[in-house]
Design a protein around this ligand. Structure first.
Ligand code: 26Q
Length: 833
């Protein structure tokens, strides 16, 4: 057979797979459609086009990713490793197009093929590999790390099933499994060659080696293999493209072979299934649940793989183990990866044969810990028997660290046994438990909270003894969010208006938004501002209509609370206010009430009955209020199902009012509050988490503050909180409680909300009724302000103008300067043909 003839059609000037021009993009999209999707254009489905485009975009990122990886190995630059059990990165296509700056060219290329880009962006399923704030924070930080050209790797778990999809049936939450991998994931690169073994169970043996050193051998009960799955995360308009490296569990080959040889085929297959189970599913609770062995196994699994990978990279860099802490810094995203303290010690002492003291010095200098909660029930601890049986060797190491640490404490505070008991890594007050926050604190050179108030309370309460012992290790890094995803991508109308007003650099230098102050009273600018907001509200209204069937008026005040459902976040306080308004209208149908649309969104942990009942209350109120002719459309209540990153992107831009109403002292930071602010929403909120700093930035006159302070909350509790007093003192509140109890919002069922009322009236640690009157009064001020359109627009503009502090770029710069001591590395791209 002869070779095909050499043809000379007009060549496209740009190289395949890296060209950014319209012609090259168009050519490569069609190539990928044929070569990877095995479809020709005439019969391609939207999903085929999506895949072809995604691969085309991925190719462009590969060039950058490879150059970035090469630079990190050949430089002696330090790498920041962000260890997190969760990464909620959201849909990738739109974000990557923006980062590469090829959105317009791709749009043209597709249009010439008769395909609409927005339709392809809309069909992408997001990887829901997180619960909420903590997982999304990790994703925002990865975005900033790449954009700021900081050498970084995100390390986590590649769950096959992420957070469940939420459906609302009959007013109740129903959980549906998330099948994000069903149609394939074009962004991920599996790396079977990068794999590590992780041991579990079994026992340990000690022996003395030839050099007379004591050596411990861990004889595991079983071993699991972790395989790397990489997702490239490009920085905004830079060449840096860092990797998110997620570990997938697999069975080790030799293991099943052994059983197979022994003839026990079923046992071999069962072992394989068990190993694969490890990374199967994300725990959908944003609080630890006692006794979940698999959860602890997941944590150890990803931490061990990640640390082994860092040691591999160190060797690749040609560096000795002793240089570990100069070349890597690992940030522990809450205590979930805190077993890293023991595992790094194990790897250095047992495997690399370093002396204990040298290993301890490296460990402490390499690790730093971020705390995200003060709630006692959310502090992670593990029962000793479980820990012992799953991780016998790491537990021995924890004991040894603890013994040495407590000696130090004893030396410093002689005779203070109570302090020793408080600070120990083992809680011995009841059945013994390992305190992961103590492990993380003792094993780190820096500990930080996520907002100023949170850090202060952390130092005064949960980690008080540690802050007293090592004050220099504690610092605050207030959270931030990425303006690329949450303004530029989510709110293109606002983005172009901002570009005109303050110049194009706002997206990487958010403090530039300050210049908007000058426009706050400019009538023409206000008008454009209002029109952008209105278009966003039209879009949300359409999405509400298709998701719930509810028609809302885009001219109404959009009052939004989206976040996980939790008693401390007090969605039920918001519901009480809605019922208050409704009862007022029933009493006086002619009452003047500016039209409001209340939107809720958020998932409840599947086992959290009270949170699920709060959802039921909201949907019950919605059913009654939306359909009562007395209301006449002036109030609308919507529970938007399945709040996730994708939905969030059209919800934040449409908000007029942001509800941040947690009990003061309970919300570590909040990050939704920042996303709303950037998009021009005003906040009604308590002095909690980052609300405090938001109010400081925007000014009290542009923020609706209410409620007890954290101090007052503690005082009320100390003196005895008596909810009934607040009901007796407030007729409206009494009426609201009666209405719920009467079955008005439960189709006549007087039992349904009894547990909720019982909670509010008899044992509510979150003091809902204590803040009710102040909240209702402040909401009245909101309505008054809303009726003065000029005033409202001014406040809205000032909120965006003063949101600069809350960029994740600022937060990452602080981590780099104060904790990681890392500098940017410029990535050069070679010209390739
Ligand atoms: C732990 C052990 C076992 C099973 C589950 C968990 C678990 C999982 C997720 C515990 C906590 C979480 C998530 C916590 C979280 O999202 N916290 C939020 O973090 C945000 C980022 O700092 C803050 O803004 C929020 O205030 C905080 O609630």
């Amino acid at each position: 057979m002869e070779d095909a003839p050499i043809t000379t059609s007009t060549p496209i000037a740009e190289p395949a797979r890296s060209g950014l021009g319209v012609d090259a993009l168009r050519r490569d999209i069609v190539d990928n459609l044929i070569c990877l999707q095995a479809r020709y254009p005439e019969i391609a489905t939207p999903h085929d086009w999506y895949m072809a485009l995604a691969y085309t975009v991925r190719d462009r990122m590969m060039t950058r990713g490879v150059a970035t990886g090469h630079a990190y190995v050949s430089h002696s630059a330090k790498i920041a490793c962000y260890l997190s059990a969760e990464f909620l990165i959201g849909p990738q296509l739109g974000n990557n197009l923006i980062a590469l700056g090829i959105e317009n060219n791709v749009r043209s290329a597709l249009r010439s093929l008769g395909v609409e880009l927005d339709a392809l962006i809309a069909i992408e399923e997001e990887p829901g590999l997180g619960n909420g704030g903590l997982g999304r924070l990790a994703a925002c930080y990865m975005d900033s790390l790449s954009t700021l050209e900081i050498p970084a790797i995100g390390y986590g778990i590649r769950y096959e099933f992420g957070i469940f999809d939420q459906e609302i049936r009959d007013g109740w939450q129903v959980e549906v499994t998330d099948k994000w991998l069903q149609k394939g994931n074009p962004w991920e690169i599996a790396r079977p060659d990068i794999a590590f073994y992780v041991n579990f169970g079994g026992r340990t043996e000690s022996e003395t080696d030839e050099q007379g050193r004591l050596r411990v051998r861990w004889i595991p009960g079983y071993t699991v293999k972790g395989v790397a799955c990489d997702t490239p995360l490009p920085g905004f308009r830079v060449n840096t493209c860092n990797m998110l490296r997620l570990w997938k569990s697999e069975a080790i080959e030799s293991f099943d072979l052994q059983d197979f040889n022994a003839g026990d085929y079923y046992e071999a297959v069962h072992e394989k299934v068990k190993s694969e189970t490890l990374s199967k599913v994300l725990y959908p609770n944003d609080e630890p649940e006692s006794g979940k062995r698999l959860r602890l196994a997941q944590q150890y699994f990803f931490v061990s793989c990640s640390l082994q990978d860092m040691l591999r990279l160190l060797a690749l860099k040609g560096e000795p183990v002793g240089r570990f802490a100069y070349l890597f810094t690992a940030q522990l995203n809450d205590t979930h990866p805190s077993i890293a303290v023991a595992e790094l010690m194990r790897l250095l002492v047992d495997e690399k044969l370093l002396p204990w003291d040298e290993a301890w010095d490296i460990t402490r200098r390499a690790l730093a810990y971020t705390n995200h909660t003060l709630l006692p029930e959310a502090l992670e601890t593990w029962g000793l028997p479980l820990f012992q049986s799953l991780l016998p060797r790491p537990l021995e190491i924890i004991y040894e660290i603890n013994r040495r640490f407590l000696d130090e404490v004893r030396h410093r505070y002689p005779g203070d046994d109570a302090r020793i008991a408080r600070m120990s890594m083992i809680d011995e007050s009841g059945a013994k438990r390992v305190r992961m926050a103590h492990l993380a604190t003792i094993g780190s050179h820096a500990v930080n909270g996520v907002a100023a108030l949170h850090t202060k309370l952390l130092e005064e309460t949960v980690l008080r003894d540690f802050a007293e012992l090592w004050p220099e290790r504690f610092r605050n890094v207030t959270n931030g969010v990425t303006p690329r995803r949450f303004v530029m991508l989510s709110n293109p109308g606002l983005a172009s208006l901002l570009g005109e007003a303050v110049g194009e650099h706002w997206a990487t230098d958010l403090a530039k938004l300050r210049k908007l102050d000058e426009y706050a009273d400019d009538a023409a600018f206000q008008d454009r501002w209002r029109r952008v907001k209105r278009a966003n509200k039209d879009l949300l209204a359409a999405n509400i209509r298709s998701a719930t069937g509810i028609a809302v008026d885009p001219a109404a005040l959009f009052d939004i609370q989206v976040k996980r459902i939790h008693e401390y976040k007090r969605q039920h306080l918001n519901a009480l206010y809605i019922i208050t308004l409704y009862e007022r209208l029933r009493l006086d149908p002619h009452l003047e009430v500016p039209p409001r649309c209340f939107v809720f969104g958020g998932k409840a942990a599947p086992g959290y009955a009270m949170a699920k009942l709060i959802i039921r209350l909201i949907t019950g109120v919605a059913e009654v209020v939306n359909n009562d002719p007395v209301v006449n459309g002036r109030l609308k209540v919507v529970f938007f199902p399945d709040f996730n990153v994708k939905n969030a992107q059209f919800i934040y831009p449409a908000a007029d009012l942001s509800e941040q109403i947690s009990t003061a002292g309970k919300e570590a930071s909040g990050t939704g509050n920042m996303k709303f602010m950037m998009n021009g929403a005003l906040t009604i909120g308590t002095l909690d988490g980052a609300n405090v700093e938001i109010r400081e930035e925007v000014g009290d006159e542009n923020f609706f503050l209410f409620g007890l302070t954290a101090e007052a909350v503690e005082r009320v509790k100390r003196e005895g909180y008596r909810p009934a007093d607040y009901v007796c003192a407030n007729d409206e509140l009494h009426g609201v409680i009666e209405a719920i109890g009467s079955g008005r919002f439960s189709r006549g069922d007087r039992e349904m909300f009894r547990p909720l009322l019982d909670n509010l009236l008899n044992h509510d640690p979150f003091l809902v009724l204590a803040d009710y009157a102040a909240y209702v009064a402040r909401q009245q001020d909101v309505s008054t302000a809303w009726q003065d359109t000029r005033r409202w627009n001014r406040m809205s503009i000032l909120n965006t103008a003063r949101s600069g502090k809350f960029s994740s770029d600022r937060a990452i710069r602080e981590y780099c300067e104060q904790i990681w001591k890392i500098e940017p590395v410029r990535i050069a791209l070679e010209r390739r043909r």
